[in-house]
Design a protein around this ligand. Structure first.
Ligand SMILES: [Zn+2]
Length: 274
C-alpha cells in the first residue's frame, strides 16, 4: 500500500469507514498525527539542513510568527530544505519547510518572514485538512496523497517525493492563496515585522521567473502567483497607518548572518527534474 494511503488509513480510521466524509471532522490530534507521519517521510526523502545555527534561526523566526497567530497551541517545527529550487510548503499540524534557494534569494528578513507567515496561514486555516474532510469514502487517501504530493501525476505506486519539494502540498486554490496571503499580512504585523516583505518577495520571484524560470517551477506550481496577488496584498497593507508600518522591523543582523551561513554551506545536492 502506498505510504501516504496507509498513513491516512491508520490516522483517520473512523473517516474512511463511512461512505461520505462531509460529516467527518478531522480532530486536531488526527491532524497532528497526519503531519508527523508525513514529516517523517519528508525527512527520509528530502535533504534537510542540519546545521545548528541554521536550524536555530529558522525556528526562532518561525516561532515568533506562529505565536503571533496560532490559537490552537500547535507544536511548530521549521526546517530548511537543502535545495537550490525556490519553494516553501507546510504540513498539517505545524511543520513548515522553506527551501534554501528561496532564503538565499531573499534580500531582507521581512521577505522570508512573509513566506513563512503565508505557510503558517495554510496550517492555521487548515486548508489541507478541509480538502481531506470534503473528500469522499475511499478517495480520501488519494486526496491527501494528491494534495501533499504530485505522485498522482507520476503513478500512485511510485510515491517518491521530488527533491525540489514541488511534490509536497501542491494544490491550493487561488482562494486558499488569497486567504493565506491575508493571514501573512496580519501575522507579520502582529509579530512586529513589516508586511511589505510579502509583495516585495512576490515581485522578486516574478522578475526572476523571467530570467531563470526552471528554478521557480516548484514554487509557482504550488502557489499560483500573479500580479493580482501583489496588488491584493498591497491593498491590505495600505489599511495600516504608515506610522505603524514604519515602526515594524524590516531586517536584522541575525537574518543576514543566517543567510550568509547558508550561502557558505556546500552546494545543494542536484535535484531531479520535476
Ligand atoms: Zn500558498
Amino acid at each position: 500500500m502506498p505510504f501516504f494511503i496507509s498513513a491516512v488509513r491508520r490516522g483517520i480510521p473512523g473517516c474512511l469507514a463511512g461512505a461520505v466524509l462531509m460529516s467527518c471532522a478531522i480532530s486536531q490530534q488526527q491532524e497532528v498525527e497526519l503531519g508527523a507521519t508525513t514529516a517523517a517521510e519528508v525527512s527520509a526523502q528530502l535533504p534537510l539542513i542540519k546545521d545548528a545555527a541554521v536550524v536555530s534561526y529558522i525556528n526562532t523566526l518561525g516561532t515568533q510568527l506562529a505565536q503571533a497567530t496560532d490559537t490552537r497551541d500547535l507544536d511548530w517545527t521549521f526546517t530548511v530544505v537543502d535545495s537550490r529550487e525556490v519553494n516553501a510548503f507546510a504540513l498539517p499540524g505545524g511543520w513548515v519547510y522553506v527551501n534554501r534557494g528561496l532564503i538565499e534569494r531573499a534580500t531582507d528578513m521581512s521577505e522570508l518572514a512573509g513566506v513563512i507567515a503565508h505557510e503558517i496561514g495554510h496550517v492555521t486555516l487548515r486548508h489541507s485538512v478541509q480538502q481531506l474532510q470534503q473528500a469522499q469514502g475511499a478517495n480520501a487517501g488519494l486526496v491527501v496523497l494528491c494534495t501533499m504530493t504530485k505522485v498522482c501525476e507520476s503513478g500512485v505506486s511510485q510515491a517518491a517525493i521530488n527533491v525540489g519539494g514541488s511534490a509536497l502540498f501542491a494544490k491550493f486554490s487561488r482562494t486558499d492563496e488569497a486567504e493565506a496571503d491575508a493571514e501573512a499580512v496580519a501575522t507579520t504585523v502582529k509579530a512586529g515585522i513589516t508586511p511589505r516583505g510579502i509583495p516585495a518577495m512576490f515581485r522578486l520571484l516574478l522578475s526572476e521567473r523571467q530570467s531563470n524560470p526552471s528554478a521557480l517551477d516548484a514554487f509557482f506550481a504550488s502557489h499560483p502567483l500573479e500580479e493580482s496577488r501583489i496588488t491584493a496584498t498591497e491593498a491590505l497593507i495600505a489599511k495600516y497607518q504608515a506610522a505603524q508600518l514604519n515602526r515594524l522591523t524590516k531586517d536584522t543582523q541575525a537574518f543576514q548572518t543566517f543567510r550568509r551561513r547558508l550561502l557558505a554551506l556546500p552546494p545543494s545536492p542536484a535535484t531531479k527534474a520535476p
